[in-house]
Design a protein. Structure first.
Length: 250
């Protein structure tokens, strides 16, 4: 067994409205070891995005504990959570969340500048990262001038700009065709290994779970573990049948 890096204990998340309370997470518990590539697999509405938002400190649980480095981040104040997200977390959103008025280069520079780096240093590092993801020639393009795959490459560069400990990706191929999606997933895997990052990603597509070293299934807010000793031994067809998941054909 490796070092427990992140620990989730009996996590509940309930969204309250005038009409009714919606329990999205119902006692989720799991641990993640340093350097693991973890896939959280589930259908739409199963609680995948909520889980990632809680792990990233973007939201707080209704109850339960999220431990990082032995500390419960759900008890941290706004300043501590801001520092945690800036220094420890790289987040890749399904719908990009790029700033449309900024170029690709400037979008990647943002988290670096937030670390109080000089503008020239930030520009140099951002360009280096864009070159690594194969987008150096489009550094001065705005998001509207980029394809979906190119936008996601910018997001990948932005996510790793501050060398985070944890790379979190929420359906990173959800808006992409299958060929571009494969390129993005291989890129994420390569970057996480080279930079020794722990990677956690969600998908509703069992076939995209193949790059993971560990598979977690989430259904109706409950997480179950699939122990993987050999990734090739996973019976994906059974998973598709049991959890009524379908691979998108794009």
């Amino acid at each position: 067994m490796g070092e427990t890096f992140i620990s989730i204990d009996n996590l509940f998340k309930v969204f309250t409205s005038k009409a009714e309370d919606l329990a999205v997470l119902r006692g989720a518990s799991f641990q993640i070891e340093k350097g693991e590539i973890v896939c959280l697999l589930g259908t739409s509405g199963s609680g995948k995005t909520t889980t990632l938002n809680l792990l990233a400190g973007l939201d707080k649980p209704t109850s339960g504990k999220i431990s990082y480095g032995g500390e419960d981040i759900s008890k941290w104040d706004t300043t501590d959570l801001y520092d945690y997200r800036l220094k420890e977390i790289g987040f890749i959103f399904q719908d990009f969340h790029l700033m449309e008025h900024l170029t690709a280069l400037e979008n990647v520079m943002v988290p670096i500048l937030l670390m109080k780096k000089e503008e020239e240093e930030a520009k140099e590092k951002a360009l280096e990262l864009l070159n690594k993801v194969g987008l150096g020639t489009k550094a001065l393009n705005h998001p509207e001038e980029l394809s979906s795959g190119e936008k996601q490459r910018v997001c990948v560069a932005r996510a790793v700009a501050n060398s985070p400990s944890i790379l979190i990706a929420d359906e990173p191929t959800g808006t992409l065709d299958s060929k571009t999606g494969d390129v993005i997933m291989n890129l994420l895997l390569d970057l996480s290994k080279k930079n020794k990052m722990t990677m956690i990603y969600t998908t509703h597509d069992p076939y995209l779970a193949r790059i993971a070293t560990r598979l977690l299934i989430i259904q109706k807010g409950v997480v179950s573990e699939t122990e993987i000793t050999n990734i090739e031994e996973i019976d994906y067809d059974s998973i598709i049948f049991e959890y009524k998941l379908e691979r998108d054909v794009k």
